[in-house]
Design a protein around this ligand. Structure first.
Ligand code: PLP
Length: 224
């Protein structure tokens, strides 16, 4: 247990040239580990499970920016909506609608990323490219979700050592991100986040244009 401080320092150094944001993924790890990284200045933390996030949010400093990076069920949106900083895993129109509805109820514009599926694996959640385009059109053209702030794209590459495959998948994510930004121009000025890269592939993700990486095991050790 405990945080790998050397890994933290080298991660920060790797992000520095591009100014990318590091999300420390603390799922399954105790609050003490979060405190340790917090003491070093880290403020952005990522969690995958609603119950776990709620428990940690209640006992940890209030200036932590909590990122929900897991698959979110529509009936659980209300449990995290009041305090969540950014929901990365918007993987269906139904979820986007549920988030908007909850935002209206609590009078908050909720920051969201569209999760786009590019990996080969069947199991990874996400919109395909056509669905992502459709969601963006409904948001930017039809102004359908006024209580959502659509901030960008999130994606995961395949769990693979094949660098060419990873490069292709990261560039697919970068392309849809760029496409939406250019399509909606000034309206999309807040659509400025490309969340990609994890412990195993963050250098390639950064080289491919990521400006937000989500790193867990490299910082906190392997999860059981
Ligand atoms: C767990 C998780 C991460 C972090 O994975 P590591 O390989 O431990 O860095 C990043 N993103 C998502 C969506 C995750 O579920």
């Amino acid at each position: 247990m405990g945080v790998n401080k050397e890994a933290y320092k080298s991660l920060l150094a790797a992000m520095q040239p591009s100014g990318a944001t590091l999300i420390a993924v603390s799922k399954t790890k105790p609050s003490e580990d979060i405190q340790e990284l917090y003491a070093l200045g880290q403020r952005d933390f990522g969690e995958n499970y609603v119950q776990e996030l709620i428990k940690k949010q209640a006992e940890l400093p209030t200036d932590i920016r909590w990122h929900f990076i897991g698959h979110l069920q529509t009936n659980k949106v209300k449990m995290i909506a009041p305090f969540v900083h950014l929901i990365h895993g918007v993987d269906s129109i139904k979820l986007l609608e549920a988030i908007d509805k909850e935002g209206r109820k609590i009078n908050k514009k909720i920051n969201c990323l569209l999760q786009v599926h590019v990996a080969r694996e069947e199991t990874k959640f996400g919109l395909d490219l056509a669905e992502a385009r459709q969601a963006a059109a409904m948001y930017f053209l039809e102004k359908k979700y006024p209580n959502v702030a659509l901030c960008g794209i999130m994606g995961m590459a395949s769990f693979s050592e094949d660098q060419e495959l990873l490069k292709k998948e990261f560039s697919d994510l970068k392309n849809i991100y760029d496409e939406i930004r250019s399509l909606y121009g000034p309206d999309a000025s807040a659509f400025n986040t490309l969340s990609m890269g994890m412990s195993g592939d963050y250098p390639l993700a950064l080289a491919s244009g990521s400006n937000m990486v989500r790193v867990g095991s490299l910082l906190f050790g392997h999860r059981s």
